[in-house]
Design a protein around this ligand. Structure first.
Ligand SMILES: Nc1ncnc2c1ncn2[C@@H]1O[C@H](COP(=O)(O)OP(=O)(O)OP(=O)(O)O)[C@@H](O)[C@H]1O
Length: 776
């Protein structure tokens, strides 16, 4: 409802003005304080000698806090809150009026919250309260009470524009309280201008439950395209960080499929006031871990190969990827690791001169039985330390042994001598020699141990990986019964050939990272308190196990959609099986999202029709939010040139309608490059997006289907929906599904020749302007 027409308009307007006045006053005060701190820091820096000076650190922290608060106040000034709840706690008479916003604002003088942070426990009822009786979980336990009012505001530039009451009377619970009211539809109707945005004002009940669910167990969200998986995973991250804010050692990580995607989501966390979260791809993280400058082949090359090869060739390629990403392969690595451990030490005793200080068998026993929880290389360091301490302790026995030896020599000398006087000099010499030897051994013991451990050939991650395929025994035992001896030999030959040319691919990174962790380990400070994995369906189980090694306590949010699993040759097909295998039976939360918030009803219907064509996939159909739009279009063209002309026309039309982001989606990279080249001169400000792209900037883009995954655009133009391009193969159906589901408002499809089987029979879900003309 327009704010002016609401009965409480005057009161709400006054409250907003008062809040803004308070924000401005507080900002002024804090800016003054910030200046004082700045001057103070300048003075401290003149006198302190080290950066660890306590006064320096304390004032730096105060300065950072003040700067952060100022930033939040600045961001709040024009839009301090988005919601209000009137809450009466059980057995209390007073009703609290709570305003909820993106940033919590606190009045220190009056000791009251001006705005409550959306992540605070009490804000839970704003999102989850569907009836008068509500409850939320506070640190002290469950708090029950009654919600008398739930109100949402549209505030722009500090002015109240709209007021929506979800609950109109104390007794009546409106349907809109279920969260799917006007407020949401209005929000979804908006145009996008590039990057993904925060949704704190319109988080829905089920999404709220996911965001706030306990972080002790891993959590999996399977959701249809556009159901808000990425968005809520990032809101969950912000929520967990807020609620763990006193833990200053905590580290957080977001793993996403590529740099482009990372760029696309890069605004959300800072916008929610969250900084310093490591946002990376598995590939980049693994390469940094391994610390080697190796080149990784593009995933697109593999996809293209699979799309365009003969059946058997494609089978071998996909089996090789499956092998590398499987937990069985992890077992093979573990087995080889144990073998290496047994053969790592030099086959020699630790001795000096002719005296054995520690025999090989003993050292081997020590190595194989101590510090076994550690990775292999740190165990060598531990062995070195242990041997030095042990030999130092054994110095008394070593001395006795040496003395015994020399005593025998002296006794022998004495027995042979005619008189003691003649051998006196020799005896003294022997005593001197003995003392010298004892002293020398004492001195050289550490160096002796160092020399011994230096002889241990330090394992190398990449060499270890090569050797796995060179000496085939273990792999054969594990995989031949599953995929057959001949195929396995062919796979291992191919992998060896590739590796000898130093060509690595994405699927090699899981095992390489795993090997590296087993050899060198990871310091605790490099582990994470919570890890969000987006597009998790494209990970393999070995990579998931590797991520487990990074996590301090198995606190994960995995979000994905099996219907969008285009890397099915390596990816996940069944969440339950994968979670059971990777987390070895550990309990986990599982959520299932079916509402698509992104696209109009017409687009969702077409997407559902498409994904149902995917044989062998038990596709979950999306339920659209109540938002209508134009029916998708299908245009048959005579040739490529006509498709271009039609698309140029459409882009102009969409731009005129103020749609800020438009994508021309082609199935593969070659077509994408060609279409971009041909459109470049005809469409202004058009960008080509390839795997190297790192920056996402809205406008008009030409992009291959597999790279568009996770992104969204106001309008989507799908190029070439003919039978040759999109066959009924699973991968093709999924790629078309992905392309269509990228659109918020408009979809148009172009083809020449025969229409793709995937779209045949779905003619009631799209308009065909050509056809209409013909029938007229
Ligand atoms: N509760 C909500 N309120 C407003 N917008 C929402 C809500 N939930 C999701 N959205 C919007 O829906 C769109 C899709 O969200 P998002 O990209 O997170 O979905 P997704 O499930 O990750 O999609 P995909 O699987 O296609 O990558 C975004 O524009 C997001 O802002």
């Amino acid at each position: 409802m327009q704010a002016e027409n609401h009965p409480d308009y005057i009161g709400e307007k006054e409250h907003l003005e008062e809040t803004i006045r308070w924000i401005e006053g507080e900002q002024k005060f804090l800016e003054g304080y910030e200046t004082i701190l700045k001057d103070r820091l300048r003075e401290i820096r003149k006198t302190v000698k080290t950066l660890t000076d306590e006064r320096l650190i304390a004032n730096q922290q105060l300065y950072q806090m003040a700067s952060r608060d100022i930033e939040h106040l600045k961001r709040s000034r024009n839009h301090p809150y988005f919601g209000r709840i009137d809450f009466q706690e059980a057995r209390r008479d007073d009703v609290e009026i709570i305003y909820i916003g993106k940033y919590g604002l606190h009045d220190r003088d009056r000791e009251i919250p001006v705005v409550v942070d959306w992540r605070a426990p009490i804000a839970d009822i704003y999102y989850s309260g569907h009836s008068r009786e509500v409850a939320y979980r506070a640190p002290s336990g469950e708090v029950k009470g009654q919600m008398h009012l739930k109100r949402r505001y549209e505030i722009e530039g500090g002015e109240l524009k709209e007021i929506y009451d979800d609950k109109t009377s104390e007794d009546k619970i409106e349907d809109s309280l279920k969260g799917k009211g006007d407020f949401l539809t209005e929000a979804l109707q908006k145009r996008t201008h590039g990057r993904l945005k925060e949704i704190v004002a319109t988080i829905q009940d089920q999404q709220n439950r996911i965001i706030r669910s306990n972080a002790i167990k891993p959590l999996v969200v399977q959701g249809v395209a556009g159901s808000g998986k990425t968005t809520i995973a990032l809101h969950r991250m912000a929520y967990l960080i807020y609620n763990n804010r006193r833990n200053t050692d905590a580290n957080y990580m977001v793993v996403a499929p590529n740099q482009l995607f990372l760029n696309y989501i890069s605004d959300i966390l800072p916008d929610l006031g969250v900084e310093n979260v490591c946002q990376t791809t598995f590939e980049d993280w693994a390469l940094q871990l391994i610390g080697k400058d190796i080149e990784i082949a593009k995933c697109a090359d593999k996809l293209n190969l699979l799309m365009n090869s003969e059946r058997e060739e494609a089978k071998i390629v996909s089996l090789a990827s499956k092998l590398k990403g499987s937990l069985l392969f992890k077992k093979v690595i573990d087995h080889r690791m144990r073998q290496l451990e047994k053969t790592l030490l030099p086959l020699e005793n630790l001795s000096v001169d002719d005296m054995v200080l520690l025999p090989y068998d003993k050292i081997q026993e020590i190595f194989l039985t101590s510090n076994v929880h550690l990775p292999l290389v740190p165990r060598i360091t531990k062995l070195n330390e242990y041997l030095k301490t042990r030999l130092k302790k054994e110095m008394k026995e070593i001395r006795e042994k040496i003395e015994e030896c020399y005593n025998i020599k002296i006794d022998r000398l004495k027995d042979q001598a005619k008189d003691t006087e003649t051998i006196r000099k020799d005896i003294i010499q022997l005593y001197d020699g003995r003392d010298e030897k004892i002293e020398r051994i004492k001195q050289i013991l550490p160096a002796l141990v160092d020399r011994y451990t230096e002889k241990i050939e330090k394992p190398d991650t990449i060499q270890f990986y090569y050797d796995l395929f060179r000496v085939q025994g273990e792999i054969e035992k594990a995989f031949a019964p599953k995929i057959g001896f001949d195929r396995l030999t062919q796979i291992c030959d191919d992998i060896r050939k590739q590796l000898s040319k130093e060509i690595f691919e994405n699927e090699d990174l899981g095992p390489l990272a795993y090997i590296h962790l087993k050899l060198f380990g990871l310091e605790d400070k490099n582990k994470y308190t919570h890890i969000v994995v987006d597009e998790a369906q494209d990970l393999d189980e070995l990579k998931m196990s590797v991520l487990r090694e990074l996590s301090i306590n198995d606190s994960f949010t995995f979000v994905g959609d099996l219907s969008q699993g285009i890397y099915s040759y390596r990816g996940i097909h069944n969440w339950t099986k994968t979670m059971e295998r990777v987390f070895q039976g550990r309990e986990y939360h599982y959520h299932f999202l079916t509402t698509s918030y992104r696209s109009t009803i017409e687009i969702v219907n077409l997407a559902n029709g498409v994904i149902q064509k995917c044989k062998g996939l038990d596709a979950i159909l999306a339920e659209p939010i109540f938002r209508h739009g134009e029916k998708p279009w299908l245009k048959k063209c005579e040739n490529h040139e006509e498709m271009l002309t039609q698309m140029v026309c459409r882009i102009r039309h969409l731009t005129k309608e103020a749609y800020g982001s438009i994508a021309v989606i082609c199935k593969d990279l070659d077509t994408t490059e060609k279409v971009y080249k041909d459109l470049k001169g005809r469409v202004e400000n058009i960008h080509l997006i390839t795997e190297q792209a790192t920056d996402f900037h809205g406008g008009v883009v030409v992009i291959p289907s597999y790279l568009s995954k996770g992104l969204e655009f106001d309008g989507v133009l799908v190029y070439g929906v003919d039978q040759g391009t999109y066959s009924m193969e699973e991968i093709d159906v999924k790629l078309l599904y992905i392309a269509i589901t990228r659109a918020l408002h408009r979809v148009s499809m172009y083809y020449q020749g025969d229409l793709s089987e995937v779209l045949k029979g779905l003619d009631d879900l799209y308009d065909e302007p050509n056809k209409r003309l013909k029938t007229k």
